[in-house]
Write a protein that binds this ligand. Structure first.
Ligand SMILES: [Ca+2]
Ligand SMILES: [Ca+2]
Length: 174
């Protein structure tokens, strides 16, 4: 399987007219809104399309920019699965284009250029595992995983859409 990633830029200039709030069902942290979907598991591409289209669109599989953001996501994940940590959520990062070179699909940025927190020994499974997940059994650190396997979904979007946001749209080719 190959993922092809095309970019869609959405420019919304609502600025000061908007209050600093997330839609119903979304959780605020920092300058983002997050939707934790623990009802239906999806594979990576389905999850990306789900985030791009749900609740008016504009969201993406979550990116992680800081230790604080990871702690927030870990805390939420642990609360959702208090009694069963054997689950995982897709993150918006893949090394499908070049094995071992992880990029956020939202803007093609190198994961290694910013904050990252892989579980010890991860990523490790080569060309068969090209999508990053928050892995429950490791306390929700990052692991590489099968893009085609179904996982829970965390969508993220800016809480005030007052800039141009370019979000990659992955699709399966070949
Ligand atoms: Ca983020
Ligand atoms: Ca890989």
């Amino acid at each position: 399987m190959r993922l092809r990633i095309s970019f869609i830029c959405v420019c919304v200039h609502l600025g000061a007219l908007l209050t600093n709030a997330c839609d119903d069902g979304w959780v605020t942290f920092g300058s983002s809104c997050y939707l934790f979907d623990d009802d239906i598991k999806m594979h990576f591409v389905e999850g990306a399309h789900f985030c791009a289209s749900t609740h008016g669109g504009g969201a993406y599989l979550t990116t992680i920019e800081s230790a604080e953001e990871l702690l927030f996501l870990q805390d939420m994940s642990k609360r959702l699965f208090k009694h069963d940590r054997n689950n995982f959520f897709f993150l918006g990062a893949t090394d499908d284009e070049v094995e071992g070179v992880w990029r956020w699909y939202t803007d093609h940025r190198l994961v290694s250029s910013g904050y990252q927190n892989w579980a010890p020994g991860q990523p490790q499974t080569g060309t068969s595992q090209n999508c990053a997940v928050l892995w429950g059994p490791s306390g929700y650190l990052w692991e590489d995983h099968y893009c085609e396997e179904n996982a829970y979904i965390i969508c993220e979007k800016p809480d005030i859409p007052n800039e141009c946001n370019c979000h990659g749209q992955p699709e399966i080719v070949g």
